[in-house]
Write a protein that binds this ligand. Structure first.
Ligand code: ZN
Length: 346
């Protein structure tokens, strides 16, 4: 299996030391294995989340990964640097949820107490009993909301993870995958842009073999994928179709904006450049493609959420019917292909 590679550039006393598995160390050679965090760049302020992309690329170069600007800064700026995405990153951050929990408790407590106080006679119900009952109800409701937010943060996020698909499609050519990790540590919000080393070959082969064993033509598998991926839609800006040129309109309607295979951009007439339409695309795989292409698309779609869960140690730990011996990541409970199988095919 080819999930490990020798990387003499790494300093054995550096950050990666924590991620080296016993198997790798036992080789006597410093190795970097799939799943090891190569670079993690924190955001200077969680209120306006931004990442120093030049610093991140410089650090990658120091670690031996030479990624050109067009494969790193340019797609990442498109994915993460619009004001609306920055606002979303803050309002969806663990820190914001952490701050909102006590505020929500107080507001709910006041609302429930004042509502019950109007209808209940103080001579019948003791004030302390009322306060205890209200507190009990509000604690249950608040914990339920916290659990919902906690669970939703472990799922793929269309506004962040899916936007990074195009970045990861380019980075995987350099054996890297990237994701935005966000967690609370010692009552402080942490948000980092994390790059991990990943050898996609073994995962692609395993997932392709798995898809080949499954009957992708059957309605059962199609319905399962449709059900589990129906929410993965993206809105993209596309040029308007040109009525007198049939071929151009076909191109505008072509499949996925993020997973465009062999798509080329053509210069548009000035009038058409001024008019841009928004169109919704679903990331459901094209079943007419080969199993390898479908496997590659699925791995790329789930790559950013996998990185996010891997570096924050939130990958699922209980699963059935997975061949755990074929885990291509020595640092986590699941590798990327197993995570895709867990989310989509089980
Ligand atoms: Zn794998």
């Amino acid at each position: 299996m080819g999930e490990c590679m020798e990387l003499s550039e790494f300093d054995k006393l550096g950050r990666l030391d924590d991620w080296v598995s016993p198997n790798c160390s036992s080789c006597g050679i410093f190795l970097v294995c799939s799943g090891q965090c190569v670079v993690a760049v924190p955001t200077p302020s969680i209120l306006t989340p931004t990442f120093d992309l030049e610093l991140c690329r410089t650090q990658l170069e120091k670690e031996g990964f030479h990624v050109p600007v067009e494969d790193f800064e340019i797609p990442l700026r498109t994915a993460l640097e619009s004001p609306s995405i920055r606002r979303y990153l803050f309002f969806n951050s663990s820190l914001f949820h952490f701050i909102m929990a006590p505020i929500m408790y107080v507001v709910l407590w006041c609302a429930v107490y004042s509502s019950l106080h109007v209808y209940l006679d103080e001579s019948i119900v003791n004030l302390w009993v009322l306060c205890l009952c209200v507190s009990f109800i509000v604690v249950i409701v608040t914990v339920a909301f916290i659990l919902v937010f906690h669970c939703s943060n472990k799922e793929i996020n269309v506004n962040t993870d899916v936007r990074l698909v195009k970045v990861n499609e380019r980075l995987i050519g350099h054996d890297l995958l990237l994701g935005v990790a966000d967690w609370i540590e010692k009552c402080t919000g942490k948000m980092q842009l994390c790059c991990i080393f990943w050898d996609l070959g073994p995962c692609l082969q395993t997932l392709t073999e798995t898809l080949e064993k499954l009957d992708l033509v059957s309605d059962e598998i199609k319905n399962k994928l449709k059900k589990r991926m129906s929410h993965l839609t993206v809105v993209a800006e596309v040029p308007p179709s040109e009525p007198e040129d049939g071929e151009s309109s076909e191109e505008a309607d072509e499949g996925h904006p993020l997973l465009g295979r062999g798509r080329e951009s053509h210069a548009l007439p000035k009038k058409r450049q001024e008019v841009i339409l928004t169109q919704t695309f679903n990331l459901l795989p094209d079943f007419t493609l080969s199993c390898q292409d479908i496997a590659n698309d699925l791995l790329m779609i789930y790559s950013a959420v996998y990185v996010k869960l891997l570096v924050t140690e939130r990958l699922p730990t209980s699963f059935h019917n997975l061949d755990l011996e074929r885990n291509h990541c020595t640092t986590a409970s699941l590798c990327l292909c197993q995570y895709v199988q867990y989310k989509l095919l089980q």
